[in-house]
Design a protein around this ligand. Structure first.
Ligand code: FES
Length: 119
């Protein structure tokens, strides 16, 4: 069964826009982010496939200045916001881990059922 976590109202996301969220309690909640790009929603685990760092150093800063690509702040990996594939940088072809996302009545929700931190 899905377990939908409400992240934000769609109306509060820009296009392009991104919003961080976390799932789980305790000392190690799982970090993720939703992306709104060209009127489509995506959600990803906030972990770069290159070295496992979070992509952003500053809150909600995932896109480049032009709002075209997602950037990893650590070593500059560049990801396609529509599918999470790395298109430039140190891990070309690798992908961000995608999570199921939906918009219901203007609320952006992510299915966090079964989401575990894979090593
Ligand atoms: S950890 Fe993201 S580019 Fe190295």
């Amino acid at each position: 069964m899905p377990r939908w976590l409400e992240v934000c109202a769609l109306s509060t996301l820009g296009d392009p826009g991104a919003r961080e969220f976390s799932s789980g309690d305790g000392d190690w909640p799982l970090p993720g982010f939703v992306v709104h790009y060209r009127q489509r929603l995506s959600a990803y685990e906030n972990r770069c496939p290159h070295a496992g760092h979070r992509l952003n150093w500053r809150p909600e800063r995932f896109f480049d200045r032009e709002g075209r690509w997602l950037l990893c702040a650590s070593h500059g990996a560049v990801f396609d916001p529509e599918n999470g594939r790395c298109v430039a940088g140190p891990c070309p072809g690798a992908r961000l881990r995608a999570l199921p996302v939906r918009c219901i009545d203007g609320r952006v929700e992510v299915d966090v059922e079964g989401w575990v931190w894979e090593r």
